[in-house]
Write a protein that binds this ligand. Structure first.
Ligand code: NOJ
Length: 497
């Protein structure tokens, strides 16, 4: 039996608002995505994950859904969505979409009914609150006209559903069917661990994830068993990947049992510092505990990894060198990899966004104390030498830095030494040479990762001195030209054994 597509797929996250704008309003949209799909096919990914494009008042960039069965006019129409799926499939790309089951928008018809006192039990209304704080800052409860409160783990515009109500289950099964029937290949599940709250909503002394009553509860697994049974009835190996934040890989493993989700993001990899010991610990734990491993370095919620890694490096190109080396490590590991748009261009976090241009609720709910996530969401630079860099014709919804003139996809496509060319080479080589479910650690100098998978040896140097390469027949790819067969600090390479 051949392995299902998702098991070793490279999935490219498209943050739709910031990918490509075909309508000229400064915000990315579905026709913009469709127009750029050939770029992704050429890059060499297997699938795309689209962040929410549903009808939404955009209090949290579309993660506040008002209608789960329609496209927001700012992103296009259902016909545009169908055209996107058709084009993607023609190009051999699978399409995963985001599903947001923890909360809706306050503009969702159910919440509007709840405000009028109709069927409130679809949400979590209480006459008294507890001490829970919203993930974005501030209390997790908002008061309504009749004096009661509703729970929102995120922004006040994102009321949490009550998953103890069977109507919520039925509704989401129907929403999944709606999109499965339109041909989607899978779903990324937002806040997958948060749907159930402790029944009596007790006060917490812990944070959002660790031991909190808001965190993973056993009841949630029943939801994913229902969902798995649904997709298993469809042809074509449709898959779920969960946004699951847990404390331990053991907890994470519960979500990817054979009758639940196919995959979950491996945030331990993303959170690991630039250290061979830290990487090795995550790799060992993941490969031991998780049947279908995944790897991810960036997404639309975290500081881009070029910037994260750059902070500790001694060299000016350290951030980008480390990012390329970490890519080689993750693409050499068994399992699937999730890339975030723009990482193939080596984009850094944009830190200098003026307060009046910021959009992320985190910034506003913490009175500017936390910058929020806008810095990793700046619209992509496609071409040209000035903003909007081919993103569209209108002014982009977040300002693009002038330094991005050097980082456009057009410019990098023409440069064999660019980050984009490196990503294309790595993805092409991966298809040809990576095989097998196991890795073997090789002895290496201090603060290095040396491991072998099948006929490939992957080496990464997290230390601050150049190190000799292990014995090998051929060099396949390296983050920087190697002198005297030495791997420089922050460097990585693939070798044939
Ligand atoms: C996780 C999403 O990735 C994030 O962008 C969003 O703000 C929260 N879930 C709430 O939906």
């Amino acid at each position: 039996m051949t392995s299902p597509w998702w098991r070793d797929a490279v999935v490219y996250e498209i943050y739709v608002r910031s990918f490509a704008d075909a309508s000229g309003d400064g915000v990315g949209d579905l026709p913009g995505v469709t127009g750029r799909l050939p770029y992704l096919a050429e890059l060499g990914v297997d699938a795309v994950w689209l962040t929410p494009f549903y009808r939404s008042p955009m209090a949290d960039g579309g993660y506040d859904v008002a209608d789960y069965r329609d496209v927001d006019p700012s992103f296009g129409t259902l016909a545009d969505f169908d055209a996107l799926v058709t084009k993607a499939h023609e190009l051999g790309l699978r399409v995963m979409i985001d599903i947001v089951p923890n909360h809706s928008s306050i503009e969702h018809p159910w919440f509007q009914e709840a405000l009028r006192g109709v069927k409130r039990d679809r949400y979590l209304f209480r006459t008294e609150t507890n001490n829970w704080q919203s993930v974005f800052g501030g209390p997790a409860w908002t008061r309504v006209a009749d004096g009661s409160y509703y729970l929102h783990l995120f922004a006040p515009e994102q009321p949490d559903f009550n998953w103890r109500n069977p109507e919520v289950h039925a509704e989401f099964l129907d929403v999944l069917r709606f999109w499965l029937d339109r041909g989607v290949d899978g779903f990324r599940i937002d806040v997958a661990n948060g749907l159930y709250k402790a029944e009596d909503l007790p006060d917490t002394t812990a944070g959002f994830v660790s031991g909190s009553p808001m965190s993973s509860r056993p009841e949630v697994h029943g939801v994913y068993r229902e969902w798995r049974a649904l997709v298993d009835g469809y042809p074509g190996e449709r898959a779920f990947v969960g946004e699951v934040w847990t404390d331990t890989p053991e907890d994470l493993a519960l979500y990817v049992r054979p009758d639940e989700l196919h995959q979950s993001f491996n945030f331990a990899w993303l959170k690991a510092p630039w250290s061979a010991d830290a990487f090795r610990a995550v790799i060992d734990k993941t490969l031991t505990e998780i049947a279908a491993p995944t790897w991810v370095l960036s997404n639309h919620d975290v500081v881009r990894h070029v910037t994260r890694y750059g902070e500790g490096s001694l060299t000016p190109s350290g951030g980008i060198d480390r990012a390329k080396a970490a890519l080689l490590a993750m693409l050499a590991l068994p399992g699937s990899a999730y890339l975030y748009q723009g990482e193939e261009l080596g984009l850094p976090e944009v830190q200098e966004i003026p307060p009046d241009k910021r959009q992320d609720p985190t910034f506003f709910q913490t009175d500017g104390e936390l910058p929020g996530r806008d810095g990793c969401r700046v619209p992509l630079p496609w071409s040209g030498s000035a903003s909007p860099y081919g993103f569209g014709t209108g002014e982009p919804w977040l300002p693009q830095p002038s330094s991005w003139a050097l980082l456009t996809a057009e410019r990098q496509a023409a440069d064999p030494a660019s980050t984009l060319s490196f990503y294309k080479a790595a993805l092409a080589w991966r298809r040809q040479i990576m095989a097998g479910d196991e890795i073997e650690w090789l002895a290496g100098p201090a603060d290095t990762l040396f491991f072998r998978r099948g006929s490939v040896i992957c080496v990464v140097n997290c230390g601050d001195v150049a190190v000799p390469l292990p014995e090998h027949k051929e060099l396949v790819l390296a983050t920087a030209p190697l002198v005297d067969d030495l791997l420089p600090p922050d460097g990585g390479a693939w070798l044939l054994a």
